[in-house]
Design a protein. Structure first.
Length: 202
C-alpha cells in the first residue's frame, strides 16, 4: 500500500512539474551575511562538506519541512555541486542545453546568495574525501521532480546521499527507502558532525 501511494505521489509530482519550475523561479532576497562570516566559512569548509541553506523570499521554502530548504556538497576542487530546477536554453548552435539540473558553482558565489547556511561533515575523513570526488559524476544530470532516490535524475538532498552511499552504507539508514531525503535530515544524521550554523551562530 505504501509503495502504491508513493508511486501515485511521484506521478502527481511529475504532472505538476511545470508548476514546480515556475515556483522555483519566484522570489530571491540578497544575503544578510557579512564579509567576515563568508571569510570564516571559506576557511572552515573542506571537500566533502555538506552545505544546507535557506534563501528568504523563495516560494518553494514554504513546502519544505525545517529551517533549511536546500542541500549541496563541496567537491574536491572546492566547488559546490547542487541540483536545481532544470533550465533549458538554446546555445549558439541552437541546441538545447540545461543550465540547471546538477551543476557546479563557485563556493563563495554560492554562499553570498544564501540567507542562512549550515555545514556538516562526515565523521570519517576518507568518506568525505571520496564523496567530494564521487559527486562530480552527477554534474550535468537533470533535476528529479519525482524525488525518487533510485533513478538517473537528482534532487538537491539526494546529491550528498548518492555521493556518500558507495563508501558508507549506513548513511541515512533511519530514512525509509521510499521517502525523499530532506534538508532537515542532514542536521539529525548520526554520522554527520555539525561544523557551522548561521541560525545558531555556531
Amino acid at each position: 500500500m505504501a509503495d502504491r501511494t508513493m508511486q501515485l505521489i511521484r506521478k502527481l509530482l511529475l504532472f505538476l512539474k511545470p508548476v514546480q519550475i515556475w515556483i522555483q523561479g519566484l522570489g530571491h532576497v540578497e544575503s544578510g551575511f557579512t564579509k567576515e562570516y563568508i571569510d570564516y566559512l571559506l576557511m572552515t569548509i573542506k571537500p566533502g562538506d555538506i552545505l544546507g541553506s535557506y534563501e528568504s523570499g523563495r516560494f518553494t521554502s514554504w513546502f519544505i519541512k525545517g529551517d533549511f530548504d536546500h542541500i549541496a556538497i563541496v567537491n574536491n576542487d572546492l566547488y559546490v555541486v547542487e541540483a536545481v530546477g532544470d533550465d533549458f536554453v538554446k546555445d549558439r548552435n541552437g541546441n538545447l542545453v540545461n543550465k540547471g539540473g546538477v551543476r557546479k558553482v563557485k563556493l563563495e558565489e554560492w554562499l553570498w546568495k544564501k540567507t542562512h547556511v549550515f555545514v556538516v561533515r562526515h565523521y570519517m575523513e576518507h568518506v568525505a574525501l571520496a564523496a567530494s570526488i564521487e559527486c562530480n559524476k552527477f554534474v550535468g544530470k537533470n533535476y528529479d521532480y519525482s524525488f525518487d532516490n533510485h533513478n538517473e535524475t537528482f534532487y538537491c538532498s539526494e546529491i550528498p546521499y548518492a555521493s556518500m552511499k558507495p563508501f558508507f552504507e549506513s548513511i541515512f539508514e533511519n530514512v525509509p527507502k521510499n521517502k525523499a531525503i530532506l534538508p532537515i535530515d542532514y542536521l539529525t544524521e548520526y554520522y554527520l558532525i555539525p561544523i557551522a550554523n548561521s541560525r545558531t551562530k555556531e
